[in-house]
Design a protein around this ligand. Structure first.
Ligand code: NAI
Ligand code: MG
Length: 353
């Protein structure tokens, strides 16, 4: 397992260090894991003047899987768009063709009170959002800001080919098959032609998955249903922009941005794994960030890129144990629990492993 570690910016190096300890523990047990560090985001801008430098491009191409902390920070806000850390993230997704983004949204029973929603609405929540990641309005041409007839116009292009829709639909149907056999596709076909095609192609793809129950929902209704009754969903599939918004919304149902991992995969299950949160500059270098989302991202890596289900389950069990024993970083702290730092949380996970 050749794994690239891209710590990135802000809390990135602190949380990735704890995840690296999990990998090193597996190496001690005899797993064949090679770890290579690299620069992505603001740290790469500082070192080389660009967010996704050639050395990182080579590292990314050679790796079987990549673990990312997070990129960005206020120091870089004034840079031109193509030099910004976030551009590094868009570029690496595009360069590696990581079109399939998996975001499991689950509420750990131990954190039942962390959500801002009523416990009965979210308890037992376990859904999977599958978001298309390399197309849609984020990449479509033409785009820009232009002066026409004396005033500025801003424009972007929402565009998907049928093959792009079909390949993410296949991924989602297969994920639904591995879970409870239910898939809900989200679009805005009543208004947008691009998403009319989305719905048509998802329906065509469904023909070879007769065992999966397919439903459709308009995105505005889906946004509402996610907070009204999120447990009605099992697997959701949607395009890049709707998925961006709905997955952030859904993540907050669990109340803890520091807990949720993600995977972005290509056609061969090579993947980039990262916590869903950002670089949290407000708490960087204080040893208080929650490393569990990053550690759980390693579990997803073991499962999706390396088919090491046993290793994935061991990581997930260790995290559950640590929560059950009352270890809490500041973001998930409740009175009566044991407040721990980033490194102490790493210690606890390692000791249960
Ligand atoms: P953020 O996710 O970094 O932080 C939001 C809030 O959650 C902050 O109060 C932060 O302290 C807290 N938080 C986040 N992760 C945490 C953790 N592991 N433990 C405890 N608390 C945690 O989002 P924000 O502040 O909007 O963005 C900060 C920077 O991160 C920006 O430059 C943004 O562009 C970048 N960003 C990068 C992402 C990535 O690399 N994938 C994703 C989202 C934002
Ligand atoms: Mg987002």
């Amino acid at each position: 397992m050749k794994i690239a570690l891209l710590a990135g910016d802000g809390i990135g190096s602190e949380i990735v260090a704890q995840a690296e300890r999990v990998l090193r523990f597996f190496i001690e047990e005899g797993q064949k894991i090679e770890i290579e560090p690299g620069l992505l985001g603001g740290c790469a801008v500082d070192a080389c003047g660009e967010p996704f430098p050639p050395a990182t491009q080579q590292l990314a191409a050679d790796a079987d899987a990549l673990l990312l902390g997070a990129v960005g920070g206020p120091r870089y806000d004034l840079l031109p768009r193509e030099k910004r850390p976030e551009q590094g993230l868009l570029s690496i997704r595009k360069a590696l063709n990581l079109f399939a983004n998996f975001r499991p949204v689950m509420l750990f029973p131990e954190l039942a009170n962390a959500s801002t929603l009523k416990a009965e609405v979210v308890s037992g929540l376990d859904i999977l959002i599958v978001r298309e990641l390399t197309g849609d309005i984020y990449f479509g041409q033409p785009r820009g800001i232009e002066i026409r007839e004396g005033q500025r116009f801003g424009f972007n292009t929402m565009i998907y080919s049928e093959s792009e829709i079909a390949r993410i639909a296949h991924v989602a149907f297969q994920a639904a098959r591995r879970r409870n056999g239910r898939l809900c596709s989200i679009d805005k076909m009543n208004v947008l032609e691009c998403t009319q095609l989305w719905r048509d192609v998802v329906i065509e793809t469904a023909e070879i998955y007769p065992d999966v129950t397919l439903s459709h929902m308009l995105v505005d209704n889906a946004a509402m249903q996610l907070v009204r009754d999120p447990k009605q969903f099992d697997v959701m599939v949607t395009g890049n922009i709707f998925g961006d918004i709905l997955s952030d919304e859904a993540s907050m149902l669990t109340g803890s941005i520091g807990m949720l991992p993600s995977a972005s995969l290509d056609e061969n299950n090579k993947g980039l794994y990262e916590p869903i949160h950002g670089s949290a500059p407000d708490i960087a270098d204080k040893n208080i960030a929650n490393p569990l989302a990053t550690i759980l991202s390693v579990a997803m890596m073991m499962r999706y890129s390396f088919s090491e289900e046993q290793l994935a389950v061991r990581i997930e069990r260790a995290v559950r144990q640590v929560l059950a024993e009352g270890y809490r970083t500041a973001d998930i702290f409740e009175t009566g629990m044991r407040k721990v730092s980033t490194t102490e949380m790493g210690d606890a996970v390692l000791s249960y492993l």
